[in-house]
Design a protein around this ligand. Structure first.
Ligand SMILES: Nc1ncnc2c1ncn2[C@@H]1O[C@H](COP(=O)(O)OP(=O)(O)O)[C@@H](O)[C@H]1O
Ligand SMILES: [Mg+2]
Length: 133
């Protein structure tokens, strides 16, 4: 989302789910979740294994799009914008919504290249600086 699309207003939730459901085919993994996540605070989602925590988190950067047969109902807003609207640019969204997974998932590269991947991708560090000991 670029700045023009950032239609945030004060006191608005950073992430807001309204009757938001997620299905894997016929199986419902998240059942009409309604919750509000403010910015600048730490919010924890707690529940038993399999209750849909990871599925819900993955929805916030549209990662479930990669799962065939996965669909949603209801609304999930990010700074007031419906994340499942056809206007959302998923690549831009994923620049703003990152995820750190339970298990490390390295790229098939060296340890050095894995560590340097993020800074290089964002152009924050020159190649020479990345290699400096
Ligand atoms: N890719 C998938 N395809 C089908 N079912 C899935 C998939 N991922 C998760 N599920 C199912 O969705 C439900 C919620 O899973 P998950 O979100 O991983 O729960 P949690 O993170 O709370 O342990 C579980 O029943 C799980 O088996
Ligand atoms: Mg999980």
């Amino acid at each position: 989302m670029n700045k023009d699309e950032d239609n945030r207003t004060e006191n608005q939730s950073h992430v807001e789910a309204a009757e938001f459901s997620i299905f894997y085919g016929a199986k419902q993994a998240v059942n009409r979740a309604t919750l509000s996540i403010p910015s600048g605070e730490v919010t924890a989602i707690i529940g038993p294994s399999g209750c849909g925590k990871s599925t819900f988190l993955r929805a916030i950067n549209r990662m479930n799009d990669l799962v065939p047969g996965c669909r949603t109902e209801g609304r999930l807003l990010f700074d007031g914008q419906d994340l499942y609207s056809p206007h959302v640019d998923v690549v831009t969204l994923r620049r703003r919504v990152g995820m750190v997974f339970q298990r490390a998932n390295p790229f098939p590269k060296s340890i050095f290249d894995n560590v340097a991947y993020g800074p290089r991708l964002h152009g924050r560090v020159s190649r020479a600086d990345c290699g400096r000991k």
